[in-house]
Design a protein around this ligand. Structure first.
Ligand code: MOS
Length: 737
């Protein structure tokens, strides 16, 4: 099905099932421990061997030699895979560094060997006996030091999008503006820190490979695994029905899956591999650090006339920039604009997507800058944002936002949160030794759509089964897909069986970039349209007239139970949805507002978040319960980004030092006392027949700045360097008592 006109009325609009706060249909499996994750697929093969990954102990250089004798002689060892023995490997499309290093080493903890043994303990003991002789080379590990070596690539097009974009003439407009801001912000390297580690189990059957893994994008992973191994894609099956968190860290094929496949081939039996937690931080991808310079010029009455956002980030050779300027192209009006990304070469581990790549770190900077600018103008921060709202793409005035309720989100949130109680002057509200502050930030994330397919079956019992390679990374995909099929076929969620995450099923959008909820359900919608036609035909009813409701099909005064259509045999229908030109004609984005109230201890600088509110306008909400879970999880992650999370870079040896969950801090429940989420009614007919968008990333976008702005409101201390740890405030805290 091609979708290239705004959606009119369709069966989804009944909202009998879609839009309802239905509990997760996979919830019971998860809470009872019966949802099988990749490392636990003992049911699929007998007695798999275990592979343990050896990571490089240098960040850059070469392997001079590997001595495997002691490891080979160690008890239980079945095989050892290194670049020497693995045969020719290609590089996948989605990874920058090779997943099995050697002799060249591209980053610290790049895999250099897999030791396969009968048990985990044997494999681990033998892995420690692998002796690698390294020839280290100097590397570039410090973004700030490399900043000047990161030139603009120029205004010409670039493979990953133009790095410099201009509208009007920024510099003269900025110079002429009566009120200006020129400030620089820093965000650190961050790790996804999902609960389930990267894990895979691989089994060969002749030349056919099956990998049970934990991967957000089945078709990307399947393609890259086939490409890397140099075998036909149709010989590879990827299975990933349950995923214990991804956050972008599992968008791509990683070393666990490749090495499990290589290990299984070498050992001649199934092998499973999980990355240990200390390997994950340097072996896999991370969100790259940024340095962001923002300049804003405005009239005395608060209208932005000039805005520039430049971002520096680093990555391995052939990597890409963190696209931290993306939102600044679209969020606020202003005739003269410049955005630029500058990319330095760094020999740190591979930078790549982490939840809301681009907007998440970009808004951490931009939304502090907006707060600073509002203060210079003597305007309330919400009023300043509302004054500079735009309903068109500022670079292409003919291109409207399909829906844009940013100001509604800000104003609705202000009422609910009690924004009027905020003191405009910082440092005014005190409770004993505690300084109390409130902060706000806009939330913005682009809304992408992806081709997505599904197969649906109706059986004799009237049950519908949906099959698609869509994944559920903890987001609720199972549930919203069941709701979609139930709504389309006029049955209840209990009558729908959802099967996900298997490359044997039709290719879906996968879970990434917050496109999965809308795109994958739209694909199920398309397949159900076909199934409805087939059902009507079998029953001799006019498909155009047929109404599917209460387990029956009605047309021309007749009502026939749905299951009757399948009495002579199961009916199978398959289709996919692809999105035509609508996202070219309309700018599709999601909007919200984040509010934070917190206290800062006047003696110690300790920050305690008290209340948070997110108001989101983000298309139709397919399930308010699962959507709310997404947003509160994202808000929690935003607090982590604001106050705790940072990978500490060893600038001499080139690795992330705090590579475990003891050293890489994320919030716990006690850090987040009260969160509220409100969704404005906002179905978007240009987004898909579902009229939905995403919220999973929107919920994170802006949170960090709302926290930073609240810290400023509490203390008068502007911290522009995340995370906002108390050492950055201690010597500037206002005198109390
Ligand atoms: Mo998202 S960073 O595309 O999983």
């Amino acid at each position: 099905m091609k979708f290239d006109t705004p959606a009119g009325q369709n069966p989804i609009d009944r909202l009998a099932v879609v839009g309802q706060p239905i509990e997760r249909i996979d919830g019971r499996l998860k809470t009872t421990g019966r949802a099988p994750y990749a490392y636990e697929r003992h049911d699929m093969v007998d007695d798999p061997a275990i592979g343990v990954v050896v990571g490089a102990a240098i960040a850059k250089g070469r392997i001079g030699g590997i001595d495997l004798a002691a490891a080979r002689a160690s008890p239980g060892v079945l095989a050892i895979v290194t670049a020497d023995t693995a045969g020719t490997l290609q590089k996948g499309k989605h990874n920058t560094a090779r997943l099995l290093g050697g002799p060249e080493i591209e980053h610290y903890h790049q895999a250099v060997a897999l030791v396969v043994a009968r048990t985990f303990e044997q494999a681990r003991a033998a892995a420690m006996l692998v002796k690698v002789r390294y020839e280290a080379a100097p590397g570039r590990f410090d973004l700030a030091a490399q900043r000047d070596s990161a030139p603009l690539t120029g205004d010409e097009g670039h493979e990953k999008g133009p790095l410099v974009e201009r509208v009007g003439a920024f510099e003269p407009a900025f110079d002429a503006a009566p009120v200006t801001l020129d400030a620089t912000y820093r965000t650190p390297d961050q790790s996804h820190a999902m609960m389930e580690p990267h894990a895979s189990m691989a089994a060969w059957d002749g030349d056919r490979l099956t990998v049970w893994t934990s991967n957000q994008m089945i078709d990307w992973g399947r393609s890259d695994l086939a490409k890397t191994l140099g075998i036909p894609k149709d010989k590879v099956r990827l299975v990933s029905p349950f995923i214990g968190g991804g956050f972008g860290g599992k968008l791509f094929l990683r070393s666990d899956a490749l090495l499990a496949a290589l290990g299984a081939r070498a050992a001649g039996r199934p092998v499973k591999v999980a990355l240990t937690r200390p390997l994950m931080f340097n072996n896999t991808t991370h969100r790259p650090a940024t340095i962001q310079r923002i300049r804003i010029g405005a009239t005395q009455d608060g209208r932005i006339t000039a805005i520039a956002h430049e971002s520096w980030s680093g990555d391995l050779p052939d990597g890409g920039p963190e696209t931290a300027v993306g939102q600044t192209k679209l969020l606020y009006a202003g005739d003269n604009r410049m955005t630029a990304m500058r990319l330095a070469v760094l020999d740190l581990p591979e930078g790549n997507a982490m939840r809301a790549p681009g907007e998440a770190p970009g808004l951490m900077a931009l939304e502090i800058a907006m707060d600073e600018m509002a203060e210079k103008l003597g305007l309330d921060p919400i009023r300043f944002r509302a004054l500079n709202d735009t309903q068109v793409d500022p670079a292409k005035p003919g291109r409207r936002f399909s829906q844009r309720r940013l100001v509604d989100c800000l104003e609705d949130g202000a009422k609910r949160f009690g924004w009027a109680r905020r003191a405009a002057q910082p440092g005014q509200r005190r409770e004993g030794h505690l300084l109390i502050g409130m902060g706000v930030a806009s939330a913005f994330r682009n809304s992408m759509v992806m081709t997505s397919g599904a197969r649906v079956r109706l059986d004799r019992a009237g049950l519908v089964t949906v099959e698609t390679d869509m994944t559920d990374i903890g987001t609720g995909s199972y549930t919203i897909i069941a709701q979609t099929a139930a709504e389309m076929m006029g049955i209840s969620v209990e009558q729908v069986n959802v099967r996900l995450g298997d490359s044997a099923f039709p290719v879906s959008s996968g879970s990434g970039g917050q496109w999965g909820g809308n795109s994958s359900t739209a694909g199920v919608y398309a397949a159900c349209v076909r199934l409805r036609d087939a059902v009507a035909q079998r029953l001799g009813l006019d498909p155009a007239q047929a109404v599917f409701q209460d387990g029956a099909v009605q047309a021309g005064g007749r009502s026939v139970p749905l299951h009757q259509a399948a009495e002579s045999g199961e009916i199978v229908a398959e289709d996919s949805i692809s999105f035509g030109g609508l996202s070219k004609r309309f700018q599709q984005s999601t909007f919200g507002a984040h509010f934070v109230e917190l206290s800062v201890d006047g003696f110690t600088g300790e920050i305690r978040v008290r209340r948070m509110l997110a108001v989101c306008a983000s298309g139709r909400i397919l399930n308010p319960r699962t959507a709310r879970s997404q947003v509160i999880g994202a808000m929690t992650m935003g607090v982590g980004g604001a106050l705790m999370e940072a990978l500490a870079v060893d600038r001499t040896r080139g690795y992330f030092v705090n590579h475990d969950l003891a050293g890489y801090e994320v919030p716990v429940h006690a850090d987040i006392p009260h969160q509220e989420v409100v969704f404005l009614d906002d179905p978007d007919p240009t987004s898909s027949p579902m009229k939905a968008k995403g919220v999973g990333e929107l919920g994170l976008c802006g949170v960090g700045a709302a926290v930073a702005n609240a810290v400023y409101n509490a203390t008068g201390i502007r911290v522009r360097d995340y995370p906002i740890t108390l050492d950055k405030m201690l010597d500037r805290l206002p005198r109390i008592a």
